[in-house]
Every structure is written in structure tokens, then in C-alpha cells.
Write a protein that binds this ligand. Structure first.
Ligand code: GCB
Length: 603
């Protein structure tokens, strides 16, 4: 049979020698600028079955699998290495590691394909695809065309599909790559598992032509608690004023957008203030033309003065716990039930605070924290030895930070943006982190900034040049575990007199409580309890310590840890990986926090 070769077939041969195949798609064009405010919007879920194929050698990008059209196998005239319309399926959201043993250590590209039926394309509508999170690099294709690329494994991103969808059947394809590299954020070395895939919800939004792209509502942070600031970004042909309504405050306002579509107003109001004790939320509706969004917002002020923290003018001590987004069965895929269980364990610990380490967690976490009354530290994965001299790495980190802030800045629970964790000191690191702090302040002047900073071990003193730029000094210290001499912690306590509040953002010890775990010494439950007792005793004497978030609530998966008691799990949890079995140290910390709470209430 004589075949007439298509462009695709010619390319299949040429691409064997092309190592620049990724360049046209590495645009990072889906970023904070393409985000859309989604609270209160109806969505069509695109979760469920998608065709799936792992692609170790990036053959799909080289051969342009995305440009193949659906065809019956017997009608295809050229050989092909994958047919996106046939074969294996997986469910989104998921991490491929959790689906098949042979994918457990797979790092590379994987393809997801699904049909998208459109009844009618209307000239009055816009369509936006939202991907809740895809680890790490995601390239989006529709009906054979490349639509954009997103970097960053834990923040949502949007692709506008208006004018791109056709009536009837459409095909959506995602190429998701989780390769660890030195220039990504995080880089290739982390103490958590490198899951891959589309592991949060995917949804399609239909809107009018003119939309509210963004809405930022906050109490003006001037300690008077009687002004609310509202900023709405309108996008699309002018359709008049933005109207805002907060019925429980009797607010009904109309704002005229400026030439760029930005509508801003400061309104006099005296809301009941949000706090962990009284997590009061107000319904707010914003409307422009035919577009409407709603949100539930708490009003409160977080403040740092000298070495003190204040919430609504009252001194604050953060009784916290650190958490990863990790599950023995589902990996990074979480659910409302999983998040609620986490908060109810935090409540049993008498916490008022959680550190969501080391990357943006699912957006439901801050929504539930708002409702239940927990304070949150949210973080981007600027972790360990980031490529601080690389401007592209900074751009990526900055974008992840802005995406997180835009996603969560209406959440009263979030009080701290953390820009990094345990990064080695250098001038490039300082410049990089300083720039992130400035970005955080620019996009949200109402919250505090922090990072897990450094201790000067030669002087036994809390000392980090970054502390000049952040509001809260986070310190990870493992005296009794990695740092052998516990007396040094006492000395650091005496040597340091930081001018800003210190939060012990990590401390802890591993404990294997399985039947084969040790009964004494390192990795035993008894030793973990001992470390907690000594930490609590020492830290409670340091008056500049304004909060603690020990490491960590649950044991979590990580392949760096392979000793006989770890076997791929970091066992510093106060609760085992089953998310049920409490270790003895859980009760020690709960008792300490109960006494701290009583001290504060008695003041
Ligand atoms: C740290 C890291 C955290 C690790 C932890 C540990 O300092 O910030 O990501 O998991 O220590 O267990 O060693």
C-alpha cells in the first residue's frame, strides 16, 4: 500500500533528533494574570475518567500526539506510538503513583485526554477551564491546538476557551510533567514525596462577556476596625458600575471602575470581628452587568509590633501544628472529610493555628479554617537549595506566591504568607527572598510575612539577615533530634533577643509505633515523648516565642527515609500514617496548649 505521508509523519522522523522540542510549549503563559475569581460561580465538573498514558521519553511532545484527530484504528494510514482516543483510563483527581505499582517511581510526562461536548457556542458567553492543581508543569491543548502552559504544582490555573470551543465534540489534552530539576520551585531535593498528575478538581466555567476577574475584601488594617476595603477587577466591555452588597452590615454600594476596570472603595462599617473564638463570616455579593460572584468573608486585623503578635488588638500566642497534604492511600489528593478530620485533630490538640507546609494546600482548607476558627500559615515551596541566582526561578516562585495570595486573600484564617523554608544563607538568597516579601506586601498589605529562618550555630543565636524584611521569624529547631546538645537550645534562648516575634515553625522527633518499632532510644515513642517534654519546658520560658507549630500532625510518605523504622515514611507525626492512632506526644502537646490557653484567658 502506498501511503501519502502527512506532516505529522514527517515530523515523527525529524523529531528524533530535536532536543529543543519543549521550547515552543514552555511559555508559562497560564499564570496569575489569567486567574479568574470563582467563589460563588457554578461550574461543570470535568473530573472523572480521562484517557491516560505515561510518556517517559517525551515522545508525545516530540511527535505532537496532541495534533492527532480521533479516527477508527482501521482508518489510520500512518504508524503511531500512541492514540490519545484509545486505551487506558484514570480518574481525575489522582496521583498516578497511587494508581499502579509500576507508576510509583515514575517521573516524567503523562498525557490526559477527554472529550468535551458543547451544545451551543454563544457569542454572549466566555468559557474558562480551571485546573485546581497539576504537578508540576502542565501544557494544555484543545482540538489539536496548544493553549498554554503552567508551572507550579500546587496552585490553580485557568485557560480561556472562548472562541476556541466548537459546537459538538471537542477534545481536551493535558501533558503533565513532574520531573524534579534544580531550577524548579521546589528544586529536586525535598523531604516530601514527588507526586505527579492532575490531583485537584478540573472544572469549566461559563460567564458573560464582562466578568469580575478578581475580588479582594478586607478590613482596613489601621487598628480602628471600622473600615472595609473592597477592590474588584472588571474584565470585558464596560457594562457600568460594580455593585457590592453585604446585607448583614447593611452595605449596598456602587463603584465605578477606572479605565483599567479596577473598582475600589473604602466603606465605613463596624463588623463583628472574626477570631478563632468567634469565627463570624459575612456574605458578600459583587455584581457587574450579568456577572455575579459571592463570598463569605471574615474581618479581622493581624499585627506585629516589636516581638509581639496581636489579633484584633489582643496579644496572640499561636498554638499550632504543621501539616502536609499527604495520604497513605490517595497521595496528595484530599477531600473535605480529610481536611475536616485534620482540623478536628488540631482542635483536640487545643490548637488555634496550623502551618500548611510546604506548598499551597487545597483551597478548601482555608475555607474550612475560616468557618471553624483556625489561624493559618500558608507557604510556597521555596525549600532548601533553590536556584537563587536564576531569574526564571524567581519568576516561577513569584507567580506561585501571587496565585496563592489571589486565591486565598479573602480568607480571614490566613494570617501569614511564608516565602520559604530553611534556605542556605547567601546574597542571592537574600535578594530572592526579599523580592518575594515585597511581592507579598504588594498583593496583600493586610497580612504578615514569614519564613523558616536560620540559627547562627557558631554563636548559638537566632540570626538571619532575612529577619530584617519579614514580620515574623520562623525557626525550625530539632534539639534532641538532629541537634544533639539540648543545652544549646537553652543557650540560644538566652543569647537571642530578636526584635520581632519568633514562631518555632518546626520541632519534633520520629517515632515508629508499629509492632516492630523500637521500645527505647531514637525512633521510639518514649524518646519522641521525651523530646516534646524538654522542648515544651524550654520554650515556655522564652518570652519572644509567640507561637509553635511542631513537626508534624501525621506521618507522611517520603523516599529519603529508608531506615528500618522509616521505610519511606517520615515518622515525626503525633498521629501515625493511618490518621487515627495517636502517639503519646500528642497528649503532651495537647496538655501544654490547654495550659497556654488558660494562661491567656486568665490575663
Ligand atoms: C525540616 C524540614 C521538613 C522536614 C523535617 C524533618 O527541617 O523543614 O520539611 O520534613 O525537617 O523531618 O527532618
Amino acid at each position: 500500500m502506498a501511503l501519502e505521508r502527512s506532516e505529522l509523519a514527517d515530523n515523527a522522523l525529524q523529531c528524533l533528533h530535536d532536543e529543543g522540542y519543549d521550547a515552543p510549549y514552555n511559555t508559562q503563559s497560564l499564570n496569575h494574570q489569567t486567574m479568574v475569581f470563582v467563589q460563588g460561580r457554578d461550574a461543570e465538573s470535568l473530573d472523572g475518567k480521562w484517557n491516560f498514558c505515561v510518556d517517559l521519553l517525551d515522545t508525545g511532545l516530540r511527535q505532537k500526539w496532541f495534533s492527532m484527530l480521533p479516527q477508527a484504528a482501521e482508518d489510520r494510514l500512518e504508524p503511531y506510538d500512541y492514540d490519545p482516543y484509545l486505551g487506558e483510563q484514570v480518574t481525575i483527581p489522582s496521583n498516578w503513583q497511587m494508581l499502579k505499582e509500576k507508576w510509583y517511581f515514575f517521573e516524567g510526562s503523562a498525557w490526559y485526554t477527554r472529550p468535551l461536548a458543547v451544545d451551543k457556542v454563544s457569542a454572549d458567553e466566555r468559557k474558562f477551564l480551571r485546573i485546581g492543581a497539576a504537578q508540576y508543569d502542565c501544557k494544555v491543548f484543545l482540538n489539536g491546538a496548544f493553549l498554554g502552559n503552567h508551572y507550579g504544582g500546587s496552585t490553580p490555573f485557568f485557560v480561556e476557551l472562548t472562541d476556541k470551543l466548537q459546537e459538538g465534540e471537542n477534545w481536551l489534552m493535558l501533558c503533565v510533567n513532574n520531573t524534579r530539576t534544580t531550577d524548579r520551585v521546589p528544586m529536586r531535593n525535598t523531604d516530601w514525596f514527588n507526586y505527579g498528575g492532575v490531583y485537584r478538581e478540573v472544572a469549566l466555567y461559563t460567564t458573560p462577556k464582562t466578568i469580575l476577574r478578581d475580588l479582594f475584601v478586607a478590613l482596613v488594617p489601621d487598628s480602628a476596625y471600622n473600615k472595609i476595603s473592597i477592590e474588584a477587577q472588571v474584565d470585558g466591555p464596560a457594562v457600568g458600575d460594580v455593585s457590592i452588597s453585604i446585607p448583614d452590615l447593611g452595605i449596598q454600594a456602587s463603584i465605578t471602575p477606572d479605565a483599567e476596570g479596577l473598582a475600589k472603595i473604602i466603606i465605613d462599617a463596624s463588623p463583628e470581628l472574626w477570631s478563632p473564638e468567634n469565627p463570624r463570616l459575612y456574605d458578600i455579593t459583587a455584581t457587574v452587568g450579568d456577572d455575579q460572584v459571592t463570598d463569605r468573608v471574615g474581618f479581622r486585623q493581624i499585627e506585629q509590633t516589636g516581638a509581639d503578635l496581636f489579633l484584633n488588638g489582643k496579644p496572640l500566642f499561636l498554638r499550632g501544628i504543621s501539616v502536609h497534604e499527604d495520604d497513605a492511600e490517595t497521595g496528595k489528593v484530599t477531600s473535605e472529610a480529610d481536611i475536616r478530620r485534620r482540623f478536628s485533630h488540631a482542635r483536640e490538640l487545643n490548637c488555634n493555628f496550623l502551618r500548611l507546609a510546604h506548598y499551597p494546600h487545597h483551597e478548601l482548607a482555608s475555607q474550612i479554617a475560616d468557618e471553624m476558627g483556625f489561624l493559618l500559615w500558608e507557604e510556597i515551596p521555596v525549600y532548601w537549595a533553590i536556584d537563587f541566582e536564576n531569574p526564571a526561578t524567581l519568576r516561577d516562585a513569584e507567580n506561585q506566591l501571587i496565585e496563592l495570595i489571589k486565591r486565598d486573600r479573602n480568607r480571614a484564617s490566613v494570617v501569614i504568607w511564608s516565602v520559604g523554608n530553611e534556605n542556605p544563607d547567601s546574597d542571592p538568597r537574600l535578594n530572592f527572598m526579599r523580592s518575594l516579601v515585597e511581592t507579598a506586601k504588594q498583593f496583600d498589605p493586610t497580612r504578615l510575612t514569614s519564613a523558616a529562618c536560620l540559627i547562627n550555630h557558631a554563636k548559638n543565636k537566632i540570626e538571619d539577615r532575612l529577619s530584617d524584611y519579614i514580620d515574623v521569624i520562623g525557626i525550625n529547631e530539632y534539639y534532641g533530634w538532629y541537634e544533639e546538645n539540648f543545652e544549646d537550645l537553652i543557650e540560644i534562648g538566652l543569647n537571642s533577643s530578636p526584635e520581632k516575634p519568633v514562631v518555632i515553625s518546626e520541632t519534633g522527633a520520629d517515632a515508629d509505633i508499629s509492632a516492630t518499632g523500637p521500645k527505647k532510644g531514637l525512633f521510639s515513642e518514649a524518646y519522641q515523648t521525651h523530646v516534646y517534654e524538654r522542648q515544651i519546658e524550654t520554650l515556655r520560658t522564652l518570652d519572644y516565642v509567640k507561637g509553635i507549630s511542631p513537626w508534624i500532625l501525621y506521618d507522611f510518605r517520603v523516599e529519603r527515609r529508608q531506615n528500618v523504622f522509616q521505610q519511606g515514611t517520615n515518622k515525626k507525626g503525633l498521629i501515625a500514617g493511618d490518621k487515627q492512632t495517636k502517639k503519646e506526644a500528642f497528649h503532651k502537646l495537647a496538655a501544654f496548649y490547654a495550659s497556654k490557653r488558660h494562661e491567656i484567658e486568665a490575663d
